[in-house]
Design a protein around this ligand. Sequence first.
Ligand code: ADP
Ligand code: MG
Length: 268
Amino acid sequence: MNAPATPSAGPRAGRVEVHGVQKSFGGVEVLHGVDLVVEPGTVTVVLGPSGSGKSTLLRSINHLEKVDRGFVALDGELVGYRRRPHRGGDRLHELKEKDLLRQRSRFGFVFQSFNLFPHLTALENVVEAPLSAQRRGRPEVEAEARVLLERVGLGDRAGAYPRQLSGGQQQRVAIARALALRPAVLLFDEPTSALDPELVGEVLGVIEDLARDGTTMVVVTHEIGFAREAADQVVFMDEGRVVEAGPPEQVLEAPRHDRTRAFLAKVL
Ligand code: ADP
Ligand code: MG
């Protein structure tokens, strides 16, 4: 949503440009040249059948996967690679590891399976990366972590261990943990798929709250209701390609492609 940003976390902006991204695994191409633009302060929902390349796309955006061709830029800065003309053919321009890590740290990633450290409390899970990776001071980081836990509705569970929390609570801790790194863009890979149905709403509610606050987000999900409510842009992927992209009322209510229609008929 295009709400004005209240800068509670770090430098905002967050314009993502994905250009011509190709990716193969073991000689099999699974992304066939994906283009995508995410405007700052907007929510992009990525839909598509299992195996269509949604996770690979999301992981390519912050270079958890190295793309074979194409590039990803964040606020005009290259995140990973770009083909550049070279004698005898194009060559990938590769960022230095240090620059790649700095760029990657501007993305927050929330996984389907939460991935919390089981031996750390909710609070310690949230402060861990800002302390170790960003080398910020504990008093400041801890104060901010408490605000973030409050924000995801877990202000009173800071001392709880993951096993003492429900799946929905664990995923909300994971969201607070991603926010603690003050990312410009949050990436969610099926954040509610591992949850019991009655816990889905509390997690989507937190994501919708972040959307109202102007957080730039890319959310892979099968929750069409969420897409309708919260998305500025809906992207439908099939077989490693973006089949269509547009505002939810267009892609969900008046899809242009048969494959989109067929998919929606199955999930609605
Ligand atoms: P989705 O998230 O839409 O279900 P994925 O991006 O996970 O799709 O997968 C797209 C295709 O790439 C699938 O055919 C999958 O088997 C394949 N794939 C994904 N990751 C790997 C990997 N690490 N190694 C080999 N094949 C992979
Ligand atoms: Mg996936």
